[in-house]
Design a protein around this ligand. Structure first.
Ligand code: GAL
Length: 519
């Protein structure tokens, strides 16, 4: 397949806006001899099964929590769902070709639990699902692209919700172990990078505190939920089960597979750089608490063996305790930390000063008011998303914070990217010339490079995302792709950012080895 080169209208756009050549705009400054990225660095793009695959009932797949949730009226802004998504299930070969054209040497994707086990451990293995992932993994390896595989990117079998309330029950640890075993056994000969869970912090908060996501559980004053819930306690119970499920899968991998298969395993956290709003020691401590109640909530138990001190102090009995057996399990730890990083927020103390109620100000959230804007000052350029403000410096600060707290355990930036909103009748120019995305990626990669130069052990970077796709509550309204997707035809068209990323990789990474003929 021949891919379009830089579209003509993009060229004319570059000339008109920069009064120079497009090459100037697309150029990536550094030369390879001074590149801060190590020679075996992974440059990739990221995706997830629910957001990409579609084929939601094809070839024996079972229903996931997200399949059911999106079919309930009023849950997704544009009334859409992931039934078709970008049809990656049928178009994966074309998508692998797109990746090869960009020159990435890795692809982060997730397995759909219900494509492999339609009813969790309470039903049979769906071999058609295993065959699909075998085909995808082989197609990637044929193009010299390392698979970087997440076991669960928010999706779980609906069966488990119905049988025992999913992550609220400690039974799920056994289901996760059973599922992980099948995945390691069938794919571990070729998959060398495993992620247990994507953003368990976000899953706990959105599913059980604000109730915006499945299983829509929450209580006043946090949200308006269709089902019951307890926003003060359930997120911590769920997090506890997520943590122990992670530990169970890592323990299994370490004892049964790792030696033979030679891969590594980690967890992916959503990270936000929390900038103290002032120099006061109160705001600085509040920023620390904001990290604890959001991120180190998970990483501390896995790496340091206990919940952060601030959480234990403030939450007391509401924070579940680890039994001796749990502590043993947790010792399996991880091999790397996956860092999803997009944005930064200001943080203001709410222990010593009065705070208006707002995100973070409650006891359950550590009395740390978080906002991208305070006293009329914005942390960065606003975007189409209310949670995403452009603050590239946050990348270096976030990576450096993790480096210091966890003794420079290897990290991968498993997601970073910019979401945009298209007008109702977009011109070709608007569709393709995603100048803001190029600026965003350039800024964040520069900032990452600074952290690496100062010694952070970062081993890879994945742009979210290869393609526009189903953006959870925002449906198809928000677009994150290096490639535009026309949802009427499912045609993929490279944006300026795809070409910019291709140039960036060419400068910083050697060409990927491939045993396939080039096209
Ligand atoms: C991440 C999530 C992705 C994607 C991205 C952009 O938090 O893991 O699935 O949606 O945000 O919002």
């Amino acid at each position: 397949m021949e891919l379009p080169l830089l579209p003509l209208f993009a060229l004319s756009f570059c000339f008109s806006i920069f009064l120079g050549s497009c090459d100037d705009f697309l150029s990536v400054k550094e030369n390879s001899s001074s590149s801060p990225f190590p020679s075996n660095f992974l440059f990739g793009t990221a995706s997830s099964s629910y957001q990409f695959e579609g084929a939601y009932l094809t070839d024996g797949k079972g229903l996931s929590n997200w399949d059911v949730f999106t079919h309930e009226p009023g849950k997704i802004i544009d009334g859409s769902n992931g039934d078709v998504a970008v049809d990656h299930y049928h178009r994966y070969q074309e998508d692998v070709n797109l990746m090869h054209h960009i020159g990435v040497n890795s692809y982060r994707f997730s397995l759909s639990w219900t494509r492999i086990l339609p009813k969790g451990r309470f039903g049979k293995v769906n071999w058609a699902g295993i065959h699909f992932y075998n085909r995808l993994i082989d197609a990637l390896l044929n193009r010299g692209i390392e698979p970087f595989v997440t076991l669960s990117h928010y999706d779980i079998p609906q069966e488990l919700e119905e049988r025992y309330k999913g992550w609220l029950s400690d039974e799920i640890q056994e289901d996760f172990r059973y599922y992980a075993d099948i995945c390691f056994k069938n794919f571990g000969d070729r998959v060398k990078y495993w992620v247990t869970l994507n953003e368990p912090n976000v899953a706990s908060i959105r599913g059980y505190r604000t109730g915006m996501w499945p299983p829509s559980r929450c209580s006043a004053s946090f949200g308006n939920c269709s089902y019951v819930g307890d926003s003060e306690r359930e997120p911590f119970i769920v997090a506890h089960n997520l943590l122990l499920s992670h530990a169970t899968a890592v323990h299994l991998y370490r004892t049964k597979y790792q030696k033979k298969q030679g891969g590594s395993i980690g967890i992916v956290m959503n990270t936000v750089w929390h900038e103290p709003f002032s120099n006061s020691s109160e705001d600085k401590l509040a920023a620390e608490r904001a990290q604890s109640f959001y991120m180190t909530w998970f990483l501390d138990p896995i790496i340091l063996g206990e919940y952060p001190a601030e959480m234990r102090e403030i939450l007391g009995q509401d924070l579940p305790a680890f039994s001796r057996k749990d502590m043993e399990k947790l010792k399996s730890g991880l091999d790397f930390i996956g860092v999803n990083h997009y944005t930064s927020f200001f943080v203001k103390d709410c222990i010593f000063s009065e705070c208006e109620p707002g995100r973070g100000s409650s006891r359950t959230e550590g009395y740390a008011l978080k906002s991208p804007q305070m006293n009329g000052i914005s942390i960065g350029e606003p975007t189409a998303l209310d949670w995403l403000y452009v603050h590239p410096q946050g990348m270096e600060k976030m990576v450096t914070y993790i480096k210091h707290r966890y003794n420079n355990i290897p990290m991968f930036i498993t997601e970073n990217g910019l979401g945009t909103r298209e007008s109702s009748n977009p011109t070709n120019n608007e569709i393709i010339n995603d100048v803001e995305r190029v600026d965003y990626l350039r800024g964040y990669l520069d900032s990452l490079a600074a952290a690496i130069r100062k010694g952070a052990d970062v081993r890879g970077y994945f742009v979210w995302s290869l393609l526009d796709n189903f953006e959870w509550s925002d449906g198809y309204i928000i677009r994150f792709g290096l490639h535009h997707v026309d949802y009427a035809t499912l045609n993929r068209t490279p944006r300026l950012s795809a070409i910019w990323y291709k140039n960036f990789i060419a400068l910083h990474a050697p060409p990927a080895p491939t045993n396939a003929s080039s096209y």
